[in-house]
Design a protein around this ligand. Structure first.
Ligand SMILES: C[S@@+](CC[C@H](N)C(=O)[O-])C[C@H]1O[C@@H](n2cnc3c(N)ncnc32)[C@H](O)[C@@H]1O
Length: 196
């Protein structure tokens, strides 16, 4: 795998300032937040934590923003339309993130796209560097082969420990999860840590 070179990634255009986040809250990050079902529910359920939710596309971010604006009382959710690679590289200090969520990432199923899956990207080294030693990474997918590959790569290549792999039951947390469960598909939630 080629090395990730942060100097090749242009800084994102945003008014986000890490220094302005509350210092008494654990900081969590959601990459690819989509239309925002999970960020809103998570921020509401965890008032003592701070979530940064990033979504790259304009269309999905507009829906996330609309949803967020309907909850002006939520002071612990920061949303941004941004490419997570640039945002994390330039704006997140090392060893600060307590939890990272990547829920239903694009699986890039074609063989020639394999290097675009998050666990196969050189950028993952940077993301892991931004996480606290006691941090947790949560991945969700409806693709069994993707789950197997992510677990193998994240444990063997990146040295993470698999802490949980379970089937989702109950209320869907995201729009994609809702779609997959409605189709009768199995959704997996997989968590990793740095320590056993
Ligand atoms: C399959 S969708 C899942 C959305 C949401 N997590 C859900 O489960 O409903 C994947 C999302 O990740 C976003 N995404 C992909 N690459 C990204 C990146 N580099 N930075 C931020 N968002 C990204 C896509 O725009 C898309 O909205």
């Amino acid at each position: 795998m080629r090395a990730f070179d942060p100097s090749q990634v242009p800084p994102p255009v945003t008014d986000f300032r890490w220094q302005e986040l509350p210092t008494d809250r654990s900081i969590d990050l959601e990459i690819g937040a989509g239309q925002g079902l999970h960020p809103i529910a998570y921020a509401r359920a965890n008032p003592e934590r701070q979530l940064i939710a990033l979504e790259k596309t304009h269309t999905r971010f507009a829906k996330l923003e609309g949803r967020r604006n309907a909850h002006p009382d939520l002071t612990n959710l920061w949303i941004a339309q941004a490419d997570a690679t640039a945002f994390v590289t330039h704006l997140i200090p090392d060893q600060t993130l307590a939890k990272v969520f990547i829920l239903y990432p694009n699986p890039y199923p074609k063989h020639k796209q394999a290097n675009l899956r998050w666990h196969n990207r050189p950028f993952l080294a940077t993301l892991l560097k931004k996480m606290r030693p006691d941090a947790e990474l949560t991945l969700a997918t409806n693709m069994p082969w993707y789950a197997d590959e992510a677990v193998a790569t994240l444990t063997h290549q990146w040295g993470l420990h698999l802490t949980l792999r379970h089937q989702i039951t109950g209320s869907p947390r995201t729009h994609f999860e809702r779609k997959y469960l409605a189709r009768g598909e199995t959704c997996w939630n997989i968590t990793f840590s740095f320590v056993e």
